[in-house]
Design a protein around this ligand. Structure first.
Ligand SMILES: Cc1ncc(COP(=O)(O)O)c(C=O)c1O
Length: 377
């Protein structure tokens, strides 16, 4: 890429991490080698020693993600969960973390199980209320951990406001940007310190790779600590996974445009359906997060959720009647998914039991509406 040109996201996503090697290959070369030759004195003559310490494919992906998210540096992991765990393990024992109350339910399970063992304290707060966040900050709060949009209630938080509050108290703001991806939202440019991605979702984009990433606004001592956690505890991304995630980046901008267009059409259809009580999608003007989402994001993404009239059993019945949507968790692939979220939560928290979550795919939106119409009856 010509470093002298300032380029837009779409262009960067097609080229980032794609530097040609001596063969001129357009698709990046993939090295499966676990081991690299070293000098007799143990020094690595060509940077690499062992796959778990660092490897060429991982490096390409990290440089691409840092560029696309506007960070100085990035670390990639075996999964989004491994990325989250490495961050948590880098905090000093005795720290406190403030989580948003609509936290991804996989992380909500990590918290009570592992944080006490690492001597980390935590609390949850409604992050739509900045005064409540300020009141909940403690002298030992080291991280404010949020998502935007959240999973599964699609809440939108004021990331610049949260960053300011966190920094006043010497804490970091970490934003799980999995739903939006850097194509739609760049938390680091709004003041966040770390962006977390499950690259398993939209960035990989094809339901065939597991991966995670942390992108950091600044290079720091903490980044070195997290790198050390990954190196010693082994949550490293495999080369082929990194290769697939980098390939996903090439089409991310185009896919997110179609996901967003389709999701807005489906959300508007659901909002007008008499069997639907409430639709959660930040692209709807009726959504309380809409003005903020419009400010922070370039589009609203492919995720939405809605409450079905008639309660939990009726919601499950609707999910059982779909023919095109697939009943499945996860998200971000080309195929549309439907998911009764509460059925998969150990602690449902504030998630209503009549809530169905949709990952709106790349199919024709008329087919998606036809399917939901017949399923809702
Ligand atoms: C918002 C969000 N963050 C993180 C994760 C965890 O990522 P992974 O499954 O890659 O470990 C998920 C997975 O569903 C998610 O939805």
């Amino acid at each position: 890429m010509n470093a002298g040109l300032s380029m837009r996201f779409e262009t960067l996503a097609v080229h980032a991490g794609g530097e040609r090697d001596e063969t001129g290959a357009i698709a990046p070369p993939l090295y499966f080698s676990t081991n690299y030759e070293h000098n007799p004195d143990g020094e690595p003559p060509r940077d690499f020693l062992y796959i778990r310490f660092d490897n060429p494919m991982q490096r390409r992906l990290e440089s691409a993600l840092a560029l696309l998210d506007g960070g100085e540096t990035s670390l990639v992991f075996a999964s989004g969960a491994a990325a989250a765990a490495a961050y948590l393990q880098s905090l000093q024992p005795g720290s406190h973390i403030l989580f948003c109350d609509d936290l991804f339910y996989g992380y909500r399970d990590i918290v009570p199980d592992f944080l006490p063992r690492w001597n980390i304290d935590w609390s949850y707060v409604d992050m739509t209320d900045l005064d409540a966040v300020r009141a909940e900050m403690r002298p030992n709060t080291r991280a404010v951990w949020t998502e935007s949009p959240t999973n599964p209630l699609m809440r939108i938080y004021d990331l610049a406001g949260l960053a300011e509050l966190a920094h006043e108290k010497d804490a970091q703001l970490l934003v799980d940007g999995t739903f939006a991806t850097p194509a739609l939202l760049k938390p680091l440019l709004l003041g966040a310190d770390v962006t977390l991605h499950s690259t398993t979702k939209y960035i990989g984009g094809h339901s065939d790779v597991l991966g995670g990433a942390l992108v950091f606004r600044r290079q720091s001592e903490q980044v070195s600590r997290i790198r050390q956690v990954r190196k010693l505890l082994g949550g490293v991304a495999a080369p082929f996974s990194s290769w697939l995630v980098l390939r996903g980046l090439r089409t991310l901008a185009a896919r997110m445009r179609v996901h967003s267009t389709n999701a807005l059409i489906v959300a508007s259809f659901l909002e007008s359906h008499r069997q639907v009580n409430e639709v959660f999608y930040p692209g709807l003007t009726s959504n309380s997060g809409h003005p903020l989402a419009k400010q922070q994001m370039s589009d609203f993404g492919g995720m939405l959720s809605f409450r079905v009239q008639g309660g939990r059993e009726r919601a499950i019945e609707v999910a059982s009647r779909v023919r095109l949507f697939i009943n499945a968790g996860s998200l971000g692939g080309p195929e549309s998914l439907i998911h009764h979220a509460v059925s998969f939560m150990h602690s449902p928290g504030n998630t209503p039991d009549d809530l169905l979550r949709l990952s709106v795919g790349l199919e024709h939106p008329a087919d998606l509406m036809d399917d939901l119409k017949q399923a809702l009856g």
